[in-house]
Design a binder for this molecule. Structure first.
Ligand SMILES: Cc1cc2nc3c(=O)[nH]c(=O)nc-3n(C[C@H](O)[C@H](O)[C@H](O)COP(=O)(O)O)c2cc1C
Length: 121
């Protein structure tokens, strides 16, 4: 399972680097890349205009058919808006919301997401 992510201030990058899985970082320059293997997305939470590169990626070529689940980083101080980017992607694309964590996550967050990915097969 490949882990596709974006990161503006490095928190999500630190998190995914601890998963021990293959990763692919999306930026404005490579968002329209084609993928031909199953992947999950790990998304930080920002306004839609900022995270739209994730949608660009999902909707490129046949990428959507390989999209298996989504996890999200955020900040609990945002209350009801905590992790909304990952929640919205889960709803919009009908994939499981695997886990939400704060900033770069902790040991437990890593363990939970690894288990969820294993369950996905
Ligand atoms: C301008 C701005 C808006 C944010 N909005 C939200 C939000 O609505 N909900 C949330 O859970 N976190 C929000 N965050 C927190 C980030 O999602 C969080 O810090 C995340 O770990 C950043 O990941 P990154 O360093 O990989 O970019 C916001 C952060 C910034 C700077």
């Amino acid at each position: 399972m490949k882990v596709v992510f974006m990161s503006l201030t490095g928190q999500t990058r630190k998190f995914v680097n601890k998963l021990g899985l293959e990763t692919m970082e999306l930026t404005a320059d490579n968002a329209f890349r084609k993928i031909e293997e199953p992947f999950i997305i790990v998304a930080p939470t920002y306004d839609k205009e900022v995270t739209d590169i994730l949608v660009d990626f999902i909707e490129t070529d046949r990428n959507r058919s390989y999209f298996k689940g989504v996890a999200g980083g955020g900040n609990l101080n945002f209350g009801k808006l905590f992790g909304f980017t990952a929640k919205d992607l889960s709803r919009d694309y009908g994939v499981p919301l695997l886990h939400l964590f704060e900033f770069q996550g902790n040991e437990k967050d890593i363990q939970i997401l690894k288990e969820k990915v294993t369950e996905l097969g």
